[in-house]
Design a protein around this ligand. Structure first.
Ligand SMILES: NC(=O)C1=CN([C@@H]2O[C@H](COP(=O)(O)OP(=O)(O)OC[C@H]3O[C@@H](n4cnc5c(N)ncnc54)[C@H](O)[C@@H]3O)[C@@H](O)[C@H]2O)[C@@H](O)CC1
Ligand SMILES: Nc1ncnc2c1ncn2[C@@H]1O[C@H](COP(=O)(O)OP(=O)(O)O)[C@@H](O)[C@H]1O
Ligand SMILES: [Mg+2]
Length: 324
């Protein structure tokens, strides 16, 4: 989203203080909680996330941490598949299977050998939904394109999935172009549009504030969690809360950053976190990984693959706050 910081301050509850930097809103914690609860506007910061990411148990095994399925890629956009795959693997999932069109098989097996590859019968686009029983969460979208055959896969997924869904990119654009599919959306799905994708889903907004109203309405109507991505990513919930992220930097304005978020969120949902906890943790960790990456690369040199390297330390930081 592109609203300026001083304007964003008006979104804060009336009795909250705002001095300059959105990242350092200096409000007493108890007052902040009380004010935010009244207005249903929240900041996603470390305090909000405390205790939401369980420690890994000493006797955990790969079966403990879920099995994610990612439906990804088309000819020319297997890079998006690789980025989402690597992010998912770095986010604690026990097992990951990735379904791509045949063109993606060698690339994925080489670039992410930790993931199992499942090849669609079609060469260039997803055309068939695989058997879904083994999986604890499913992500679909990065790089998939909008082929008719892929629309059929999405529709079958919406009709048959019994596990949490994360939808991004052309999965969202297909929903926007076929609004009847929105009625099939399973409750508590997470959608991750950028403003252009959100416009295709819910119509154009007069301004940034109107877009937030549309976000509230959309989440309520479709009983979903929607991550409206941008410099200040905002999570809308089915019950009307809006959560604004405090991490991330302009270095993340680079192709593939959003694909990384899809992998991260799918991994957290596969590990049986609630939609709200997964979305809050995923949004914050994604931005924080970007901030850590930028310390090494600078914002200008940051590429999406750098984000995946810092997801692990970020999630560790959230799990054990005093370890860093
Ligand atoms: N290496 C790869 O294979 C890559 C594949 N990608 C895939 O390419 C497909 C197309 O995605 P795109 O999002 O590029 O295409 P879209 O045409 O959906 O959206 C791009 C446009 O959205 C607008 N937009 C985006 N963020 C905005 C913001 N914060 N504020 C205002 N406007 C904003 C801008 O006008 C931008 O040009 C997706 O499937 C994606 O996953 C991209 O992720 C790039 C990398
Ligand atoms: N200026 C910025 N500050 C912080 N985060 C940003 C900025 N620009 C983009 N991002 C983040 O990068 C990601 C871009 O996602 P998306 O537009 O879907 O990219 P892609 O489809 O190329 O992967 C989003 O998570 C967004 O919040
Ligand atoms: Mg995207």
């Amino acid at each position: 989203m592109s609203f300026e910081l001083p304007k964003l301050a008006f979104l804060l509850p009336r009795n909250a203080e705002y001095v300059g930097q959105w990242h350092t809103v200096p409000i007493g914690l108890s007052r902040q909680f009380q004010a935010q609860a009244e207005s249903r506007l929240f900041l996603i910061d470390a305090a909000l996330l405390a205790g939401r990411l369980p420690r890994r148990g000493r006797f955990g095994h790969k079966g403990t941490y879920g099995h994610a399925l990612l439906l990804l890629g088309s000819r020319g956009k297997i890079g998006a598949a690789v980025l989402a795959t690597q992010a998912c693997l770095r986010s604690g999932v026990g097992l990951l299977t990735v379904r791509t069109p045949a063109v993606g098989y060698d690339i994925l097996q080489t670039s992410a050998p930790e993931a199992m590859a499942l090849t669609d019968p079609a060469a260039d686009f997803l055309s068939e939904l695989p058997e879904l029983t083994p999986y604890s969460a499913i992500g679909m979208g990065p790089g998939i394109d909008k082929a008719d055959s892929t629309k059929v896969v999405l529709e079958q997924l919406l009709r048959t999935a019994q596990v949490p869904l994360v939808l991004d990119a052309d999965a969202l654009n297909l929903l926007g172009a076929n609004p009847d599919l929105l009625a099939l959306l399973p409750p508590d799905s997470i959608l991750t549009p950028h403003p252009k994708e959100f416009e295709r889903l819910s119509g154009s907004a007069r301004d940034d504030y109107h877009r937030l109203e549309l976000l509230r309405e959309f989440c309520h109507k479709h009983r979903c969690y929607t991550v409206l991505k941008g410099a200040h990513t905002c999570l809308g919930t089915p019950t009307g809360e809006l959560y604004f992220n405090t991490t991330g930097n302009p270095g993340m304005a680079t192709g593939g950053s959003g694909d990384v978020l899809t992998g991260l969120l799918t991994a957290l949902r596969a590990q049986h976190l609630s939609a709200l906890d997964a979305a809050l943790l995923g949004i914050y960790a994604h931005g924080r990984a970007g901030d850590l990456a930028a310390r090494h690369t600078g914002e200008v040199g940051l590429i999406a693959g750098d984000l995946t390297r810092f997801i692990g330390p970020t999630l560790q930081e959230l799990t054990t706050p005093d370890a860093f």
